[in-house]
Design a protein around this ligand. Structure first.
Ligand code: CA
Length: 226
């Protein structure tokens, strides 16, 4: 996959690192370190995806996004600081397509860019309510999970966890990413709740059907791989 990416990030080392990785992946890249200049570039409309830092000189990232959304629906991925809960919430409210928390693994950023491009590309119209993996199928609108013909009885939390993993197929999701996405930004409980719910899912799927759907990536998190 290729496309043109704009990086608006004032930490030049980070911006340079992302730029090199993206070029290596075949993307065309432009970058700038100032919010106001970034907005002007973003409004030119020539980008497939924009990576937008929040704390920026000139104009902060949220304000850049708010102004940009008046004229453009270009995909935007926010680069947010750990613990900056309000920034994530505000960013998504203002129309960001996704966010990634710094520091991040470059693989996760690349995967998020591919995902955003896929959702906004030519295939967007075919984006389906049905998420599948082998014999496993999850219907978002019916809130049902089937394995082959069999209806799987999941709690709401188990369902959301499975949905999140299926929506991010081939992306290793860390425990903290899963906590944020499934339990919410303000979850204050134990982080091992993720492991506990993964076990619940496995007991209802893997153990019953003799499959190995959710893979553990030791020290990192969980993934459903094609
Ligand atoms: Ca910054």
């Amino acid at each position: 996959m290729s496309g043109k990416v704009l990086i608006i990030e004032d930490e030049e080392k980070i911006a340079r690192f992302i730029e090199l990785e993206l070029i290596h992946e075949g993307y065309e890249v432009e970058k700038c370190t100032d919010g106001r200049e970034g907005l002007t570039m973003a409004e030119s409309g020539n980008y497939n995806v924009i990576l937008l830092d929040i704390m920026l000189p000139g104009l902060n990232g949220l304000e850049v996004l708010r102004r940009l959304r008046k004229t453009s629906s270009v995909p935007v991925i926010m680069l947010t600081a750990r613990d900056a809960v309000m920034d994530k919430v505000s960013g998504l409210d203002l129309g960001a397509d996704d966010y990634i928390t710094k520091p991040f693994a470059i693989e996760e950023l690349l995967a998020r860019i591919r995902l955003v491009l896929r959702h906004n590309g030519a295939g967007a119209a075919t984006q389906s309510d049905e998420l599948t993996h082998g014999d496993l199928s999850l219907s978002v609108s019916r809130h049902e999970v089937h394995y082959g013909e069999n209806l799987i009885d999941l709690t709401a939390r188990e369902f959301t966890l499975l949905q999140t993993l299926l929506e991010n197929k081939n992306i290793v999701l860390s425990r903290s990413t899963l906590l944020e996405r499934v339990w919410g930004y303000d979850y204050m409980g134990e982080t091992n709740v993720v492991d506990v719910y993964i076990r619940y899912l496995r007991s209802k799927l893997d153990d019953v059907y003799g499959v190995h759907i959710i893979q553990t990536v030791r020290g990192v998190g969980y993934v459903i791989k094609d």
